[in-house]
Design a protein around this ligand. Sequence first.
Ligand SMILES: NC(=O)c1ccc[n+]([C@@H]2O[C@H](COP(=O)([O-])OP(=O)(O)OC[C@H]3O[C@@H](n4cnc5c(N)ncnc54)[C@H](OP(=O)(O)O)[C@@H]3O)[C@@H](O)[C@H]2O)c1
Length: 309
Amino acid sequence: MTAVPRLLLLGASGRLGQALHEAWTRTDAGVELIAPSHARLDVLDPTALHATIAATRPTAIVNTIAISDVDRCEVDPDAATRFNVAYPRELARAAAAQGAWLVHFSSDYVFDGRRGGDGPPYVESDATLPLSRYGRSKLDGELAIAEACERHLVWRVSWLYGSRQRNLAQHLLEPAHAGTTVRLDGERVGVPNPVSLLADHIAGALAAVLVDGDTRRAGIYHLSCHGRTTWLDFARRFLDQATALGLLTSDRLPLLRPTGPDEAARPAPRPAYSALDTSRFERTFGASMPAWEEALDGWLAARARQRRA
Ligand SMILES: NC(=O)c1ccc[n+]([C@@H]2O[C@H](COP(=O)([O-])OP(=O)(O)OC[C@H]3O[C@@H](n4cnc5c(N)ncnc54)[C@H](OP(=O)(O)O)[C@@H]3O)[C@@H](O)[C@H]2O)c1
């Protein structure tokens, strides 16, 4: 009998971590899931980290822990290096020693976005040039992992919505926000993705490499819906669709406005364009990602079904 894969999920209370936890527990995914909370394991304590890995002997380690707050990284580069570079390096060494796969996350912020909104989406082999300390730390984390652990899947992901934590989708659906002004960026171009969709694809890809063990599928992948938009246009479609599905009523909507230059001023520079080309992932794992509009419609339709149930 083949042994059931044992997954050590680090960061299960975070945006992606929670979605992954749900992907593996919603159905009988055929894995044993171990997900220590932050209170039980501080991953910056190497002794505790190594003891947990030695005790659990995972088939794969799935790491969602990072500093994903872009502005915090800009003002605290030491913390960015500790969380986004040194810790993943330590984890990669531990995974390699254990013979485990390591699943990790990076970001569209490794690119400078200067090719402009009409340019093609970025592929994995495009030249990286992070504008921010966050982007630099995520890139250095990728390099540290590739060097230390051959069996790695590093997912570059971009704009997220639909987590249980505070996020734009939840904000727009909140009845208390009816009639309030929501200011959103109408300039930067990228691709919004529902976290649950990404989590399902990551769970599927990990299952595939755990079955065949093929290290030729190791590496960096861009995981994204297709297309491109701005957060402002995303929110416009969101309100239209949510109204059509009865999740909101047309006379009680938030008012969408573009952010002004003062609100747009933040410590860290962001790439003006960061659409990611996901075809390497689709080819390698036989998957098909939807356009962002289709993913949004599906996500809202699922909310409407939940509400009716
Ligand atoms: N969010 C985005 O828009 C976005 C976009 C592109 C890429 N990414 C990447 O995706 C990955 C996941 O991001 P996310 O936004 O899902 O993360 P997140 O919501 O900020 O979650 C971070 C997780 O790390 C845990 N944690 C923090 N410090 C810890 C420590 N010392 N020991 C143990 N646990 C600790 C947190 O637990 P507590 O809450 O209990 O402290 C939480 O579960 C990151 O690599 C990020 O760079 C994110």
